[in-house]
Ligand binder design. Sequence first.
Ligand code: SF4
Ligand code: SF4
Length: 135
Amino acid sequence: MKIKIGVKDLRSEFIDLIQRITGEEIALCYQCGNCTAGCPAAFAMDIAPHHVVRLLQLGHEETVLDANSMWICVSCLQCYSRCPKNVDISRIMEGLRQMSLRKGIDKVEIKQLPVDILSDSPQQALVAGFRKLVN
Ligand code: SF4
Ligand code: SF4
């Protein structure tokens, strides 16, 4: 018997939640790797962008949430511009950040930032950083 698996068969509660948050269809990715090839930040990620999507497809949510990839992503949209399936990984990374922050896990403790960083950094950088990294 021939078994046919379609994009709608790759489902889990976590994927459904990510898709509701981001509006992206994770199952559409067919792992061509174009996103990672163009990503300027992939070299610093624990898990490359296309592997983040693959791990989500396979239900390895904890592995993805434990990795630094979503925090390293700079939302440059290069991956989206190169994706033949129009998967916007920057939105998926943002969705993952939101899910992590919703668990109450801040990536920055504001009170512990050194005063010289607070005084030397541009105000815009601090605001942007806090929006990305803090609940
Ligand atoms: S470019 Fe698109 S289809 Fe290709 S691996 Fe990345 S997300 Fe998947
Ligand atoms: S949006 Fe994020 S994942 Fe996509 S290319 Fe830019 S840094 Fe890489």
